[in-house]
Design a protein around this ligand. Structure first.
Ligand code: MTE
Length: 303
């Protein structure tokens, strides 16, 4: 049984039928490239209703990927240098089957589907992205999570020869992130491997990156090479850089301002020069699905 997080949405709610058909073709293209694609069926109906995705151009030309520089256009300029094949992901720590997992082998075992998610950066801009990917839970299940595990730590590739920004101490390298195990196992949490049915462009974190749609974008760590199951809260890059401003949880929350700016509204990328800011939604619009993860927690303390 496929998980359906918005059961009020039906196939007919998909706004643009032509786009939907086109997407199925794109997915077929993905399958041709050796990936398992879910076309049709309930999983493809993770509907997308009111969400209008940003253009491929927006999503791939306005990026944060400090390993390639701090300018929004640096990743698109410099990330082509990154070699993404072969690629392995080390999964270790509290798992039954620790080891180096080859990306192609992972893809052969995973179910890739499309997820159109809101994406909200802590800098108060946002996009809507049609990701292709698989649930992180399926990958963790492959490795066999042991009962003592409470957190999942992630690490990006460290390769300064190809990642020019790593020559500068902007952050401590490699970039690291973490989730609580229940957040990592939530069906909304995916490892993205594509956008609009195409392989993930390097500037977006090829060949695979985390996407946690109810958290600020910096939690969605790119170009992942290591996943460690642990019983301790792992360090996270932005918290290490500035713990006053960036917490471990980093849930999108319009009621908890950043120390230097409001988080109540956001600027939609692609909206043009005179686009109005829109209100930021609690947990980025995924409150019904994930608020239960934080029952009894003060989100202004655990920001
Ligand atoms: N992952 C790594 N390794 N390095 C980074 O600099 N930036 C984060 C996140 N993941 C970043 C990263 C931030 S701040 C954001 S907003 C998103 O990636 C941006 O993702 P996008 O460029 O695909 O929109």
């Amino acid at each position: 049984m496929a998980y359906r997080w918005k059961n009020d949405l039906k196939d007919a709610d998909v706004t643009d039928h032509a786009l939907f058909l086109n997407r199925r073709q794109l997915m077929a293209g993905v399958a041709g490239a050796g990936l398992v694609a879910a076309t049709g069926g309930p999983r493809a109906a993770f509907a997308q209703a009111a969400l209008e995705p940003n253009s491929f151009e927006d999503i791939t030309s306005y990026n944060n990927f400090y390993e390639f520089g701090t300018g929004k256009d640096d990743p698109a300029k410099y990330a082509s240098k990154l070699t993404t094949a072969p690629w392995t992901v080390t999964i270790d720590g509290l798992v039954d089957k620790p080891g180096e997992y080859d990306f192609a082998d992972i893809m052969a075992k995973m179910t890739v589907e499309e997820r159109i998610y809101r994406f909200r950066c802590v800098e108060a801009w946002s996009m809507v992205v049609p990701w292709n990917g698989f649930e992180l839970k399926d990958l963790l299940d492959l490795a066999g999570v042991q009962s003592g595990a409470k957190y999942v730590a992630f690490e990006t590739l460290y390769r300064p020869d190809e990642m020019v920004g790593q020559k500068f101490p902007v952050l401590e390298w490699p970039y690291v992130e973490g989730l609580r195990l229940d957040e990592a196992m939530h069906p909304l949490t995916i490892m993205a491997t594509g956008i609009y049915g195409k392989d993930l462009p390097n500037q977006n974190g090829a060949p695979l990156r985390l996407v946690v749609p109810w958290k600020y974008g910096f939690k969605s760590i790119k170009s992942v090479v290591k996943i460690t199951l642990t019983d301790k809260e792992p360090p996270t890059s932005w918290n290490v850089a500035n713990s006053r401003e960036y917490g471990f949880y980093s849930n999108v929350n319009p009621n908890v301002d950043h120390k230097r700016w409001s988080q109540a509204t956001e600027r939609q990328i692609g909206g043009g020069l005179f686009a109005k800011r829109i209100p930021t939604l609690m947990l980025n619009g995924y409150e019904d699905e994930v608020a239960g993860l934080y029952d009894g927690m003060d989100l202004s303390v655990n920001f």
